[in-house]
Ligand binder design. Sequence first.
Ligand code: FE
Length: 286
Amino acid sequence: MSSYRPVSDVLKAQPVTEGAGVHLMRVFGHAELSRFDPFLLLDDFRGDDPALYERGFPMHPHRGIETITYMLEGTVDHRDSLGNAGTIGPGEVQWMTAGGGILHEEMPHGDEAGRMYGFQLWANLPAQDKMMPPCYREVLATDIPQVRTDTGGLVRVVAGSFAGISGPVRDILTAPSYLDVTLPPRVEFEHPVEPGDTVFAYVFAGDAVFGVERQERAGNRSLVSFGRGPEGKILIRAEADGVRFLLISGRPLDEPVAWGGPIVMNTREELAQAFRELEEGTFIRR
Ligand code: FE
């Protein structure tokens, strides 16, 4: 018996248009529902043409979830209904807990070459925390530890830990791990994962072979998910050009999901109430 998690699936990101007309690639979302529990959605919004992203995401609500934005190039200006404002720059992460509700806008801007590269992940909140006060974790690039593997790989640790080094985002109930892993050509990467956790990798440069018994080769804009189970490790081997991928895991909530656009609750009643409050102007609690 192998102690490695088996590869269960490979998904290709699909083009969608969101916000005020932002062209992006959806890796998973509403269509996959509970498959990536506790995660709800992953968007890859890397773009080189400002015309395809500059209209951004004007004021919209969130409730019941966390949105995790990781920038590689360019910036996103952020402003919310509670008076918070800031800019997420290259290498930075904004881990936003919408909790009981925020209204915010997210406006992307390219660098000098027009590049605006980043990812947004949505994590579900446990029922008991859905109505918690909103909060932010603003993570600077210099706050994210960069750990060299003994085979020459490089791991940026946003959340969770690698080789005993913990990332700056802590105290999240689903105990997520969020790693940005770069491997040189032909280098192997082995990483322990928690039994029962949902685990997936999203490749955004190069290619790699994932898994042991069932092997899948995956390249840019492909997600590789690993089967749930008691097994404790995953194995990834970079191909000839090396590889860079996000490696994300978290503890499933196993709770009912009632999902309406940017609001994710447990019951239809809670969802209807959220939209009623939006109409009546009582959505934001001060
Ligand atoms: Fe948003």
